[in-house]
Design a protein around this ligand. Structure first.
Ligand SMILES: Cc1ncc(COP(=O)(O)O)c(C=O)c1O
Length: 408
């Protein structure tokens, strides 16, 4: 199956890769490139139907239809029970903030604890910590030294005082996968809710909100081959109960109560097209059946292929004696790998690697608690390579050779 992954076909669909060659995009965790069909969908929107939604004329109705279609596609991608549970907007951070403010308004002792982790992006930590002034008590679920979150470490933190558990489905810094279904089971067992940050998971594997049985999930389209936008999913009854800000003329039901104001419609068109891209990949791989079946085939193949990328990158990093923070097991991670090279300043290495034609990131990875756990300063931090399915083993070999030149 791995050998069969059509990586060259996939690459051919992303014009930016060819245009920038031989530059290698290795900072995909900060945002991925766009396939041609996504660019076309954005251009089509801007050239043909760039009007406000909700009007009675044809172009405005076409905007409404596009938004509805994108909602259905995203719903299939994450396996939502109903498209109305998918709400579009600016980015993940603003949605986490919106949900946290709503939770803050309704929280009361004795159920006033919120569990956060020291592995998460600070977007899914600071937003919850900001509720401390509303009487919330923060409880820390600590990662293991190996860089993983284990449900058995969460269980002792849970009791009837916990209102919500907020955690990521995969680390944006270390690449480790989290057993989200296990987290949701444990949270629900004490009557708590489960909030998933799926921003980093989107491009790598298939979310399934029904199988996971989480209550809320956020995702950023721009990490998953769409333009800059984000979406929130919530169980319909949870979204109905959520006290959101909305003007009086907006219906008090999802998605409208969450989507107050105008958002970037052309990027919603792009998000729908990103799901089309995955679906087409699934069909190319031989999937029959409905959209979800094709999405399953595509994301499964991506996950398996990306395991070969993880393995190859971990092996290259070993050849330079790099310290890798996180799992050496490619089956429990995605190809997002944080590392340092002893005696080398991360920022200098990243600049030198830029001259070698690689875009990689250095710094604190927006995760102050994680830096502390790894014994790294916020100022210096570490380096991170983050690969997706359009990256290749050839690029990784080239990366290894360049890194050896830079730090050798
Ligand atoms: C895991 C994770 N959560 C949240 C965010 C914030 O996402 P957004 O830029 O959509 O607000 C990021 C961004 O890098 C991220 O990687």
């Amino acid at each position: 199956m791995t050998a069969a992954f059509p990586v060259q076909d996939a690459r051919a669909k992303f014009p930016a890769l060819e245009r920038s060659a031989p530059f290698a995009y290795f900072d995909n965790a900060a945002g991925a490139q766009l396939p041609q069909n996504v660019l076309d969908a954005v251009a089509h929107h801007l050239l043909e139907i760039n009007v406000q939604r909700g009007g009675r004329y044809a172009k405005s109705r076409a905007v409404d239809a596009m938004i509805a279609a994108s909602r259905e596609k995203v719903a299939a991608w994450i396996n939502a029970n109903d498209p109305s549970e998918v709400c579009f907007g600016m980015n993940a951070t603003s949605f986490i903030r919106m949900v946290s403010l709503a939770v803050g308004q309704t929280i009361a002792a004795p159920r006033n604890r919120i569990v956060v982790t020291d592995l998460d992006h600070d977007a899914n930590v600071a937003t919850w910590r900001a509720l401390e002034r509303m009487g919330v008590e923060i409880v820390w679920w600590r990662m293991r030294d190996g860089g993983t979150l284990q449900v058995e470490d969460l269980v002792p933190l849970l009791d009837s005082r916990v209102r919500l558990v907020a955690c990521t489905s995969v680390s944006h810094a270390l690449g480790s996968l989290v057993d989200i279904a296990g987290v949701a089971r444990a949270a629900h067992a004490v009557g708590a809710e489960m909030f998933v940050d799926s921003v980093h998971y989107g491009p790598h594997a298939l979310a399934d909100v029904q199988a996971w049985d989480c209550d809320y999930l956020v995702c950023s389209g721009y990490k998953a081959f769409s333009p800059h936008m984000g979406f929130l999913w919530g169980k319909r009854d949870k979204l109905i109960a959520l006290p959101t800000f909305r003007e009086e003329f907006i219906p008090d039901e999802p998605p409208h109560k969450v989507e107050a104001g105008t958002f970037i419609f052309e990027n919603v068109a792009g998000m729908g097209a990103a799901v089309d891209y995955f679906e087409a990949l699934g069909r190319q791989l031989g999937a029959n059946g409905d959209r979800r079946a094709a999405l399953v085939a595509a994301m499964d193949a991506i996950q398996v292929y990306e395991q070969t990328l993880s393995r190859a990158m971990l092996d290259e990093l070993k050849t330079v004696g790099a310290t890798v923070y996180g799992l050496d097991d490619e089956t429990r991670r995605v190809p997002t790998i944080a590392f340092n090279v002893e005696g080398r300043e991360p920022r200098r290495v990243v600049e030198a690697m830029s001259d070698e034609g690689f875009g990689i990131r250095d710094g604190h990875m927006y995760a102050p608690r994680l830096m502390e756990r790894l014994g790294l300063s916020m100022d210096r931090g570490c380096m991170r390579v983050s690969l997706v399915h359009y990256n290749t083993l050839e690029e990784i070999a080239r990366f290894g050779a360049a890194l050896r030149r830079v730090v050798g």
